[in-house]
Ligand binder design. Sequence first.
Ligand code: AMP
Length: 412
Amino acid sequence: MAKKTVAQINVMGKKVLMRCDFNVPLDKQQNITNDTRITEALPTIKHVLQNGGSVILMSHLGRPDGKPEAKYSLAPVAKRLSELLGKQVVFANDCIGPDPAAKAKALKPGDVLLLENVRYHPEEEIKDKKAKEDPALRKAKDDFAKQMADLGDAYVDDAFGTAHRDNASMYTVPALMKGKDRVIGFLIEKELKFLGDAVSNPVRPFVAILGGAKVSDKLGVIENLMQKVNMILIGGAMAYTFFKAQGKTIGGSLCEDEFIEKAKELLAKGKQTGCEIVLPIDTVIAQEIKAGAANKIVEGNIPDGWQGLDIGPATRKLFADKLKSAKTIVWNGPMGVFEMPPFDAGTRAVAQAVADATGKGAKSVIGGGDSASAIIGMGLKDKVSHISTGGGASLEFLEGKKFKCLDILDEA
Ligand code: AMP
């Protein structure tokens, strides 16, 4: 069943408590260097304001470790949001206590209040599993969340980037607001539509591309996607655990030895289920990870003293060919050390191939993080169907995990 959205509730005269992901990058002078996460939240905020409500915004920023620290303040977000909305955003110096309570009480329809970083309090990140086992933690998390829950007449979750966590502001706050509207915003609606449609309702052939450094992070994704996709293209350092599983030598390449058996199992399972797992056929190797490092291309085994840092040209062509006929594509993780040339060529080639396939009618979903940076950096943002705002969340979604903080919200 679909989740109820903010468009389906009456917000007239209501104070709408909204969880956003304003975890924006800041430079040393506290200037926001990329405001995408703020602009992505605007449609939901504007909808509430235009329909006679006011908004109380909550977010985290960085990892302040449960205590106030000026460099993690949301004050720069209040300033930027004021500019984008063309109206003064009121800023509360905390997310709980007398200041936000007084400021929330004074809100009139059309007003916007932003609360200070929810992670200034350790209670925000108490895991629900721990809270269940320890009554003192349960009480601390509930008491903290209740102070925020009491501020709002309705709850809107539009923070996809943290949707896979059970933080107080994401899970306990709506849990305590039972009886009031608890819905998703337009950003989460869009994320669920693109990721959900891709996974549950794909037009075939459906091809997944997985890369990055850690195979352990993505084993669950491979296992889940294997039952849904026609083909998985594997690049990045995670490919070398599979190389080793096939008995190849990998020199000094990254490898997670404890997952070799699992990799063997997945390769065998792929054969049984008819999901083709495609590994690189050539590799760019070097003796050091450094921009411009001397490198060469090898097929198959990687010699001692060398490490694999990118997929080779034949693999780039192979992957591009496989993507040509794809009708649904999900991509998560770079094909090599894409942060530095020449080891960025594989990721760039895959980004271009995904954009080309999209141009020919494929639906493409980019799972946040590094693959999103590669697409955006190459100016291909508008050439793919959807770039997820949540790296970790999109990965867990692809893994088939349930999101507790979404489960608790109202159904349409
Ligand atoms: P992950 O967080 O697991 O998606 O990994 C992303 C990181 O993987 C990026 O910083 C890449 O530089 C790194 N990476 C990708 N391929 C390789 C490789 N062959 N060797 C070392 N690091 C890699």
